[in-house]
Structure formats: C-alpha cells, structure tokens
Design a protein around this ligand. Structure first.
Ligand SMILES: Cc1cc2nc3c(=O)[nH]c(=O)nc-3n(C[C@H](O)[C@H](O)[C@H](O)COP(=O)(O)O)c2cc1C
Length: 187
C-alpha cells in the first residue's frame, strides 16, 4: 500500500484545434503535483488503432499494460453531439479485464455552459460495463474557449479548487480499491 498510486489520464479527442487539450494538460499538471501519485498522459491521437477492427483483438500492448498497472483513471473528454467521441470509445474498447475494480473520474469539456455534463452521463454505463468504479465528483469545463488563453494558461482560478476536489475523491477511491484488490479475495 506504500507504493505510489498510478493514475493515468486519457485525452479523448483527436480533433485538430481541440480545446480539450488545455483542460487535459491542466488536470494532468494538478495530478502530477500530488504526493504519492504517478501519472501518464495518454492521447488518443497517438494510440495505434486500426479502423477496420474493434475490441480486444486489436489491443495495443503498451496501452493494455498501462491500464493493467493503473489504480485509477482520469478521462478528459469533449461532448460531441451530447455523447463521447467515437475514437475514445474505440480506444477504451481495446481493454476489458484490465479495468476491473479500478477507479475512474471524468472531466467533461464543452463549448456550451454545462461543461460536458451529457458526455459524462453517457459514459457512466460504459464505465460500469468495464468494471470501473465511478466517483461522484466530476469537473465540468463549460465555455472552454473562455477558460484558457491560446497558450493554455488557465483564466478562471476556480478550476484549481474544482480539480483538486475531484482528485481528492479519485485518489481516495483508487486507494480503497487497491486495498480491496490486494487484501480481499474475489467472491
Ligand atoms: C462533432 C462535434 C460535436 C459537438 N457537439 C457538441 C455538443 O453536443 N454540445 C456542446 O456543448 N458542444 C459540442 N461541440 C463543441 C465542443 O464542445 C467544442 O468543440 C469544445 O471546444 C470541446 O471540444 P474540442 O476539444 O474538440 O475543442 C461539438 C463539437 C464537435 C466537433
């Protein structure tokens, strides 16, 4: 239980000019700053993925090893037509058993004011199917175009507190689930 928690972050869009990248980098930096936590930035753009296949049979070994090693997962995703980007789902579907009994927290990003609330809601049943355990804190980066300058500097300091609260909960849940995986045999 003394070794650092491993909580990688997945940026869920490959769109040219994506604003979600600013939000993802900000959350990543706050995660990196946490004592006792290791993290890694996973960009769906750089994951080797086939477009003529799907699921575990096209599993990328490096991605699978990262998910296998993790204690928790952060997903930063924009809302596309009230749901998640197809490429994010395509990437996540490469793994299955690697997710079981790990914690996950979701940050939604949108141009609209509700900050990706609908993409978060729509991801919840997917997380459940993977055996991931969702936390009840989210971060909603609404009106994202006004939250960061063109270099990605945060313009609204309220998000420092919001992301830290989200991380507090995710780290706690990751720790609890690691304790469970290591200490309690499956039923
Ligand atoms: C295909 C597509 C669908 C979108 N659908 C929504 C939506 O349903 N709700 C919303 O608030 N914004 C929507 N947007 C705008 C995004 O919220 C906006 O681009 C924001 O900057 C986050 O996405 P990004 O990381 O691609 O920039 C959509 C954008 C794209 C490209």
């Amino acid at each position: 239980m003394d070794s650092p928690l491993f909580i990688p972050l997945i940026l869920g869009t490959a769109r040219q000019g994506r604003e979600s990248e600013h939000a993802a980098k900000f959350v990543f930096e706050r995660t990196k700053a946490r004592a006792g936590v290791e993290t890694e930035f996973i960009d769906v753009r750089t994951l080797p993925m086939k477009l003529d296949d799907a699921g575990e049979q096209m599993k990328d070994p490096k991605f699978a090893a990262t998910i296998e090693r993790c204690d928790g997962l952060i997903i930063v995703t924009p809302e596309y037509n009230h749901s998640f980007p197809g490429l994010l789902k395509h990437a996540l579907d490469m793994c299955l058993k690697e997710y079981i009994h790990k914690a996950v927290g979701i940050c939604g990003v949108s141009a609209g004011i509700i900050g990706g609330a609908r993409v978060i809601e729509n991801l919840l049943p997917v997380m459940r199917e993977f055996g991931l355990v969702t936390i009840f804190e989210d971060v909603n980066f609404g009106k994202v175009g006004m939250l960061f300058d063109e270099r990605g500097n945060l313009l609204d300091e309220n998000f420092v507190r919001r992301v830290d609260k989200f991380l507090d909960e995710l780290i706690w849940m990751s720790r609890v689930l690691r304790y469970g995986r290591e200490s309690l045999p499956p039923m």
